[in-house]
Design a binder for this molecule. Structure first.
Ligand code: NQM
Length: 356
């Protein structure tokens, strides 16, 4: 038997996630062939992903596929793929704002974008949602610098900042058209500012909202209720049957405990996030400003300014988020969203997939 051919790959930490980054030209163009190869590269399906690059958790079983942009409004295009850990699944149905932090640096490293002085700004078309983002990061001497003083909760140490901006949302903030619904007997608000998310007051489920992720995951009755809420929310949010998809996420809200805006525990959707996703936080932040939403009585919104601090199990995520209300009676829309992340190149080389 001949050894499987190697594939050019870069492993980067992007925000609080870690993923394998590929140029589209280095992978099969046909999605089924590409996905079968990615499962072998990541070591799935296997709860430990022992024979591949995956880290045995959804936050470390991720892939970014990057290519030059075909349109003038972006420099590069980014497709995010969530690779199942225990299941042989590769899904493009959600975006990832954490791996997004590595896309600009990767594009410069691979020569898709010419560095623009001491800082480079890359315009990224996110293929999963069709949305645009910009990422600005230091490139002294024409090379990406990963070293810096920016700290983000959930990642040890400090690194160079990657400042990510999202223009005002093109779609409706409330995909169901209403600020509140009762699903599986629980009052919820369904929002989408880049990540379909169902907001629930933790107290409505008999929780404080400050429990540790592993405590929550170990409660089968809670996990059952979360699944029930998700299955009911899917069709209402225009997502159809979500039994086997990674969206919508469910974010449990509680009053802030550390001077922030709100405390969160977010299910993605089965494991409880150890922090919170970028776009998940963007959706929570915008959702807190929805009049009549479940966040109204839980959050402590700042009297002035757009900066919100979303508390999560390992710290907080600061995010600038605005909601445009428009004319009376018009549905609310997300305004500009901005967040600071960091990224780091871990290795660059050739990955050898498990034999087929
Ligand atoms: O919400 C986890 C993460 C994510 C997604 C998830 C993300 C985001 O933390 O933007 O980044 O919700 O599955 O990487």
């Amino acid at each position: 038997m001949t050894a499987p051919a190697g594939v050019r790959c870069m492993l980067l930490r992007g925000g609080t996630s870690k993923g394998a980054y590929f140029l589209a030209e280095d992978l099969p163009a046909e999605p089924d062939l590409r996905d079968a190869l990615l499962l072998r590269i990541m070591g799935s399906p296997d709860a430990r992903q022992i024979d591949g690059l995956g880290g045995a958790h959804p936050l470390t079983s991720k892939v970014a596929v990057v290519r030059p942009s075909v349109g003038p409004d972006a420099d590069v295009e980014y497709l995010f793929l969530q690779v199942g850990v225990g299941a042989a699944e590769v899904s493009d149905r959600q975006n990832c704002g954490n791996l997004l932090a590595g896309v600009g640096p990767f594009a410069v490293e691979r020569g898709l974008v010419t560095p623009g002085g001491t800082e480079t700004s890359v315009r990224i078309r996110m293929l999963n949602t069709g949305g645009l983002a910009t990422a600005a990061f230091p490139t002294p001497d024409g090379r990406v610098s990963y070293e810096g003083a920016a700290e983000i909760s959930g990642v040890p140490g400090a690194a160079a900042p990657v400042v990510i901006g999202f223009p005002p949302g093109s779609g409706p903030l409330l995909p169901t058209g209403s600020a509140r619904h009762t699903l599986a007997g629980i009052s919820v608000t369904c929002v989408d500012n880049g990540m379909p998310t169902v907001l629930v007051a933790a107290s409505a489920l008999g929780l404080t909202g400050y429990e540790r992720p592993e405590e929550l995951e170990a409660d089968p009755a809670l996990m059952g209720r979360i699944r029930e809420i998700r299955l009911a929310a899917g069709p209402l949010m225009g997502l159809g049957d979500v039994a086997d998809t990674t969206v919508p996420k469910i974010s449990l809200l509680a009053p802030p405990r550390h001077g922030g805006t709100v405390s969160t525990r977010t299910f993605i959707p089965v494991r409880c996030h150890t922090s919170i996703g970028v776009l998940g936080a963007a959706s929570v932040a915008a959702g807190l400003r929805v009049a009549g939403g479940v966040g109204e009585s839980v959050a402590r919104l700042p009297a002035h300014g757009d900066r919100l601090r979303i508390e999560h199990p390992t710290g907080f995520l600061d995010i600038e988020s605005a909601v445009e209300r428009g004319a009376a009676g018009a549905p609310p829309r997300a305004g500009r969203t901005a967040v600071v992340r960091t990224a780091r190149k871990i290795f660059d080389g050739t990955v050898f997939p498990r034999p087929a």
